[in-house]
Design a protein around this ligand. Structure first.
Ligand code: R5P
Length: 280
């Protein structure tokens, strides 16, 4: 049986359909003091808990679901965290800070036999789970919703670490050059990006990243493009916090395309097929 966190119901339904497994109807409620409670139906055999930890409340819900499925009869718990929150704090950047990714991974691992993530921000985070943990690559699917007639396309990563993602989308799309920008982050909302060497004038550009959060990285990168024909943004996790969608629109983006690891209006493709291949 597949059970889902309240923020991941679409992806869980798609995954249940891919796997041909039952989708358990979960009840989500809150007590007057704000504490949450979930209720799951009876489970036999394996339970797959699907919950992106897009908020602190979603983290709590995930831990409750893991516990509830065991109470309901599951003999094995597989946890799918399509978007793993706090994965970007994968080290203590300043004195006194936690390695938040490790704290979250330990909590999640305490209630499961196995974990799957999708394009987790920093793969070394998987080591903190202490149970078998696998990262699934959904980036090739981001090529699906791109127009088939991109003109002389260039696939750009907004920083060096995103070049593999850009390459993966290009490989799935077909033709196209790949390059990346240099990025220095000054704070949670401020980044400085330097141009890539590729001439993009008159060409269609697809900027690819794992996460779009505030949109600062993407909008800074796009502002450096010299006279592109059209600009598309493709990301695995369309977090789109605060006014990120407006920032991208004002940056002249033709379309924002994401997966359903975070369920947003721009979630044009599902990570379910990629996850199903691993879970079958
Ligand atoms: C950082 O290294 C990530 O890959 C993304 O570039 C970053 O999380 C995007 O954040 P924002 O949209 O706030 O610039």
């Amino acid at each position: 049986m597949i059970v889902s966190g309240s923020a991941s119901q679409g992806l869980a339904a798609a995954l249940a359909a891919e796997l041909g497994e039952t989708l358990g109807a979960v009840e989500y409620e809150s007590f007057p003091d704000g504490e949450r409670i979930v209720r799951v139906p009876p489970v036999e055999g394996r339970a797959v808990v699907v919950a992106s930890t897009v908020s602190d409340a979603a983290h709590v819900e995930l831990l409750q679901l893991q516990d509830a499925v065991v109470e309901a009869g599951a003999d094995r718990v597989v946890t799918v965290v399509p978007y793993m929150g706090y994965a970007r704090q994968d080290e203590a950047f300043d004195p006194g800070e936690p390695v938040s990714a490790r704290a979250m991974a330990r909590a999640i691992a305490s209630g499961t036999d196995e974990v799957y993530t999708v394009n987790v921000h920093e793969p070394s985070v998987l080591e903190h789970f202490g149970v078998p943990a696998t990262d699934v690559d959904a980036t090739p699917h981001l090529a699906d919703p791109l127009p088939p007639d991109l003109y002389d396309p260039v696939f750009l990563g907004p920083d060096a670490s995103a070049i593999d993602l850009a390459e993966s989308v290009r490989d799935a799309y077909g033709p196209g050059a790949v390059d990346f920008f240099e990025k220095v982050r000054h704070s949670g909302t401020e980044v400085e990006v330097s141009p890539s060497e590729t001439d993009v004038a008159g060409r269609d550009v697809v900027v690819v990243d794992d996460i779009v959060a505030t949109g600062a990285t993407m909008s800074e990168a796009i502002a450096l493009l010299d006279d592109p024909r059209r600009v598309f943004v493709a990301c695995v996790h369309p977090l789109l916090a605060a006014n990120a969608r407006t920032r991208l629109a004002n940056a002249g983006v033709e379309a924002v395309l994401g997966t359903d690891t975070i369920e947003r209006a721009v979630s044009a493709v599902s990570a379910a097929p990629a996850l199903a291949r691993e879970l079958e």
